[in-house]
Design a binder for this molecule. Structure first.
Ligand code: TYD
Ligand code: MG
Length: 455
């Protein structure tokens, strides 16, 4: 029987030591020692007898393609972000800040599953707390079984006896293996536990969902180690002051990473938001200067977002630039374009920019609406409510073509907008007769300015 013991390794140079050390004597780096389990098997060098091999190389073309049935999630948004359901034998990590709603999201889905038994391993909450939450979500619990346990070895006992169809671990940072001395949540423990669940998922074909916390720097605790191990990483994010939450796919071996799901946190759990545009546009009838609406794309979906800008005379010598939800370097570039091309003297002005709804966007097609919001605030003239726009702005003030223009026009048309500004030469081969919306083609920032404000 192989005996296991643990050793500390420097994650920078690989130096090993029986004890934890702060500074590596070999490479001089600080805080790099990580505990790892090593098994002391006697026959290191000798080859394994062939009888112990349980897999042989197979020719790629001879591997049978089985269209594996994915396990459908009750929430359509989660299903889409996963790429169409949970793949058997896969391991998915859902990361997010504490209190953002990870447990709610997962529990809400698991208690609605009827096709297989779900084992929900909770290291954070007691069974009664989970029951209270399920009651709040208004579902009876279905095929979901709860185990409150933090020891990795005991968890595997439960799994063996129970033979679940899906395993959920909430959260991976609370689980610890007895083989390691370090406490739960340390890099060594997180890696060891995740690797055990990975091995289990691959061998048994049972999908495992891990919930993971995010640290202050925004990465999933146990720097990057988890992201390498798992098949898919979904990030649950959002501002705690806003009610909506975004589920993004950061890595997905079985689907696209550009998908995004939107939820709203309510008193009775998370509600799916299937039409994001409604949520992201402010619902006032009053027309205000400094507000401009653009069409953006996330994954396969298009929706409208509102850019809000405030331009005012700088109170102090140096002008302030403040941006939320949009790249600050990108905004500075757009301000330079405005200064040079439209002749606005913005150097002495404070500029504040905000993408409404706490959303972060990096679609270059929003350049045009950002520029228009700034222009509108600067001249204090309103952009009519029925107007929206989409276009990338180049360094010489030209409006550059963007991707999937028809889909964007379609979205604006569907939501009842009257006019859309789009880049010139972007519409070749498009059938525009089906849209009611008036399409204005523009090629330069000056054009847009003239069209909007007549100057
Ligand atoms: P939780 O899922 O516990 O977050 P995490 O697992 O990511 O730490 O949810 C946290 C917040 O969600 C909590 O502050 C309460 C709120 N909440 C609701 O607003 N409505 C609900 O129906 C539920 C279950 C939670
Ligand atoms: Mg939780």
């Amino acid at each position: 029987m192989a005996k296991t013991k643990s050793v500390y390794f420097c994650s920078n140079c690989g130096y090993d030591s029986p004890k934890w050390i702060g500074k590596c004597p070999s490479c001089g780096e600080w805080n790099t020692f990580v505990e790892e389990k090593v098994s002391t098997k006697a026959s290191k060098d000798s080859l394994l007898p062939t009888s112990e091999l349980n897999s042989a190389p197979v020719k790629l073309s001879e591997i049978k393609q089985t269209t594996e049935e994915r396990i459908q999630m009750p929430s359509a948004e989660l299903n889409r972000v996963l790429g169409g359901g949970l793949v058997p034998g896969s391991i998915v990590l859902i990361g997010g800040e504490p209190g953002i709603g990870k447990s709610t999201l997962v529990l809400q889905n698991m208690i609605r599953i009827r096709s297989c038994k779900v084992l929900y391993i909770s290291g954070e909450e007691s069974a009664r707390q989970l029951k209270m939450r399920a009651d709040r979500l208004g579902v009876d619990g279905g095929e979901c079984y709860i185990v409150c346990e933090t020891s990795l070895e005991k968890i595997f006992h439960h799994i063996q006896n129970f033979t679940p169809g899906i395993v959920v671990v909430d959260s991976i940072q609370t689980i610890a293996s007895d083989a390691l001395e370090s406490s739960a949540g340390s890099v060594g423990q997180v890696r060891e536990c995740a690797a055990s669940f990975l091995k289990y998922a691959k061998e048994s074909g049972v999908p495992v969902v891990l919930i993971g916390h995010i640290n202050k720097e925004g990465s999933i605790a146990g720097p990057k180690v988890l992201e390498h191990i798992v098949d898919a990483v979904l990030q649950f994010e959002g501002d705690r002051h806003y009610m909506y939450r975004l589920l993004r796919s950061i890595k997905n071996r079985f689907g696209s990473t550009s998908e995004m799901g939107i939820y709203e946190m309510t008193q009775v759990g998370l509600r799916e938001v299937s039409n994001p545009s409604e949520l992201l546009l402010s619902q006032t009838d009053e027309e205000l200067s400094g507000v401009s609406i653009g069409v953006t794309l996330e994954g396969a979906r298009s929706f409208m977002v509102e850019a809000q800008a405030l331009v005012s005379t700088a109170a102090y010598g140096t002008a302030q630039r403040s941006v939320t939800g949009f790249g600050s370097k990108r905004m500075n570039m757009l301000l330079a374009v405005l200064e040079k091309r439209v002749g606005f003297k913005l150097a002495q002005k404070d500029v504040f920019l905000n993408i409404a709804g706490g959303l972060k966007v990096n679609d270059p097609a929003l350049d045009l609406s950002v520029i228009c919001a700034i222009l509108s605030s600067n001249v204090d003239l309103v952009i009519p409510r029925g107007v929206c726009m989409s276009g990338e702005v180049g360094l010489s003030g030209e409006i550059r073509p963007i991707t999937r223009i028809e889909q964007r026009i379609g979205e604006a048309d569907k939501l009842g907008f009257e006019t859309i500004f789009v880049p010139k030469y972007n519409l070749k081969g498009c059938d525009l007769s089906k849209y009611k919306i008036k399409i204005v083609e523009v090629s330069k920032v000056e054009d847009v300015f003239r069209q909007l404000f007549g100057k």
